[in-house]
Every structure is written in C-alpha cells, then in structure tokens.
Design a protein around this ligand. Structure first.
Ligand code: SF4
Ligand code: SF4
Ligand code: SF4
Length: 156
C-alpha cells in the first residue's frame, strides 16, 4: 500500500509548531513521503510522552521507506519469477532500443534501469527511471505489468 502524506499527517502532533522548519505539519508530511525530511526531525513527536503511541505507529508505517529506492520502488525478490515483463514495458528501455524491447529479448543498452540477475530483478540504474528526480512522472508501467505483484511504489 502506498504511504500518503495524509496518513502521516494524521499521526503527527498537528500543532504546526514549526520546530521542524516547515510552516505546517502537512508540509512536513509531504516531505517525509518524498524522503526530503526524516520523521525524527519532528522533535515534539519524539520528546513528548503524549505522542509516544503515534510515534510508534509512524515509525512502523515508515519502515518500508528505508528499503525503497530513490524512486519509491520496492522489488519483492521473493515474488519475482524473472519473466522480464517489467524490463520490456519500460518506456525508457523502449525509447533507447525499440527493437530489443519490442522483440521480448529486452533492451541491449549498457545501462538499463533493470536487469535480471540469476532470475531475479535487480535495479541497475534507477536515475534513468521517469520517476527519478524533481521533475518525475509517476510512471507505473513496470508495476502494472508485473504478473506476480513483485513491484510496488511507495507513492502509488
Ligand atoms: S515539528 Fe512536528 S508538530 Fe511541529 S510543525 Fe513540524 S511536524 Fe508539525
Ligand atoms: S517506473 Fe516507468 S520508467 Fe521507471 S522503471 Fe518502471 S516502467 Fe521504467
Ligand atoms: S515483471 Fe515482476 S516477476 Fe517479471 S521480472 Fe519484473 S519484477 Fe520479476
């Protein structure tokens, strides 16, 4: 399930105290989802006993952020069957090697986003993904074409 700013916001102190440097708790929640800020930077949450339960819930909710790539991508290797669908449908791969991608052999470019290693999907070059960086597009082509739900994104 994607982690949304609203889910985070609901568990923050919601006092808009600005101790984290943001104008509002909601602004902070957006930045936590984007991994521009760490939840630990909300000091009231960690210092005031009355927020202890919310803090625990938030830390648990945000645990997947630690294993996600810079694009929010998570590959569950235990589910990957090595079918290569995700590699073939990626628009970046198709744009650079239309024949290789379209033929089902996969792109023959030197620095693909994904590659199969021992039958399991590995991220090679996440910077080339359309979800990477400030001007990202929320592409989900690889996730939508994974028959075994091995791919997920934190933000939908
Ligand atoms: S420090 Fe925490 S409570 Fe204060 S504005 Fe930031 S997120 Fe909200
Ligand atoms: S999100 Fe889109 S651009 Fe990024 S790897 Fe998946 S299919 Fe390719
Ligand atoms: S589409 Fe899914 S199962 Fe197939 S290689 Fe990609 S991650 Fe693995």
């Amino acid at each position: 399930m994607p982690i949304t700013p609203m889910e985070i916001y609901k568990l923050l102190p919601k006092t808009n105290c600005k101790k984290c440097g943001e104008q509002t708790c909601m602004a902070f929640a957006f930045k936590v989802v984007n991994r521009d800020r760490q939840i630990e930077e909300c000091t009231p949450l960690f210092e005031e006993e009355k927020y202890a339960k919310q803090k625990e819930q938030l830390l648990e909710m945000l645990e997947p952020l630690k294993e996600a790539s810079e694009t929010g991508l998570i590959v569950d290797e235990s589910k990957c069957t090595g079918c290569a669908n995700c590699i073939v449908v990626c628009p970046v791969h198709a744009a650079e090697d239309a024949y290789g991608s379209g033929s089902g052999f996969g792109p023959k470019i030197d620095d693909p986003i994904y590659r199969l290693e021992n039958g399991v999907l590995k991220i090679i070059n996440v910077q080339r993904c359309r979800r990477y960086g400030k001007n990202r597009i929320l592409c989900v082509a690889c996730r939508e074409n994974c028959p075994s739900d091995a791919i997920s994104f934190l933000e939908g």
